[in-house]
Write a protein that binds this ligand. Sequence first.
Ligand SMILES: *Cc1c(COP(=O)(O)O)cnc(C)c1O
Length: 380
Amino acid sequence: MFKDYPLIKESKKTVTQFYPHIPKKYLSALKRVFSTRWVGQGPLVDKLEMIFSKKFGNNLPTVAVGSGTDALHLSYILAGIKKGDEVICPVFTCTATNIPLLYIGAKIKFADVDPKTLNISIESVKKLITKKTKAIVFVNYGGLPCDLIELNKIAKKKKIKLIQDAAQSLGATYRKRSITSYSDFTIFSFQAIKQITSGDGGMIVFKDKKILKKARRIRWFGIDRLAKQGGTWENDIKEVGYKYQMTDIGASLLLESIKEFKKIWKHRRNIFNIYKKDLSKNKKIHVVDKDGPFEHSNWLFTIILKKKDHLQRILRGYGVETNQVHFRNDRYSIFKKFVKNKRFKNMDKIENEYLVLPIHTKMSLSDAKRISRLINKIIV
Ligand SMILES: *Cc1c(COP(=O)(O)O)cnc(C)c1O
């Protein structure tokens, strides 16, 4: 038996931090998959790529994979990042952003966080650029887009590849365009607690149409799968690929969830706005958000406050689950060799002060109202 702790016990009275969104018609969708010969990567993966490209990807090439981490790893390979190359990365992110670079043997150069948005600090990025910089990787934290124009300017001037970890920003836009328009590679995640899910899954969207075939080959050992399905030996393997593919089982769930995406987005938006309106009034709380020419994806709602632990403990007593979600990556031993004698001033300042509140489609708007009322009572 697994112990319930540290997650809270689910009941009518509790609000969990996350909850997977399962589309209404999931059963009929799965039934259709299981009545065909394709349960692994098949025609539904192709269909998903097409629809995703239209809806979220600015009609750019897309490749569906097994997870957001796969999408990052494959993007790094396609971007030509090799052993010893310097890559500028956010110090504050899901470890999935940075771990694939350890496999490649790249040199990670951590950039500090912007203490107001928790996105990468542009100032810090600029300081880290050298002749050896191959790419800049950035995350739109919680779904709040980074300064995409400024990052593009930097990358263009220095001829550096831009890789956008948009695992948390499905549906976010910048200057009314899909965020995928602003980087060489953009990756999404369909992990259990992301806005839409296939259990695990991911997507790469990229600008260079010439690498589509290569991307598909590397997703499948390095083999041209279509050629191989012809059943004759005409397909050499000239580059090392892996198994990064998505399955039709997963794609079928995502196709259903995409139909519900507007509703999902709106519900999350409403919860985000309730928290924002009620908590912005509190002088002891900084709401992590920013105004600008963009649309937030509402994946996380984060506050910064001095008495974070106190608040977290009391909310838990009321059946409200909160968490920090991500931790600074420079503290993990696996990154030790990249952080010797490095200081992250902004990260130091906020590391014990941020807290993420629940947002998902299982909770109601009145839950959000109750939670912000509670917080305003506790933090005075
Ligand atoms: C979820 C997430 C990932 C990893 O995605 P998986 O699908 O879990 O592999 C990567 N980066 C960020 C910022 C994430 O939030």
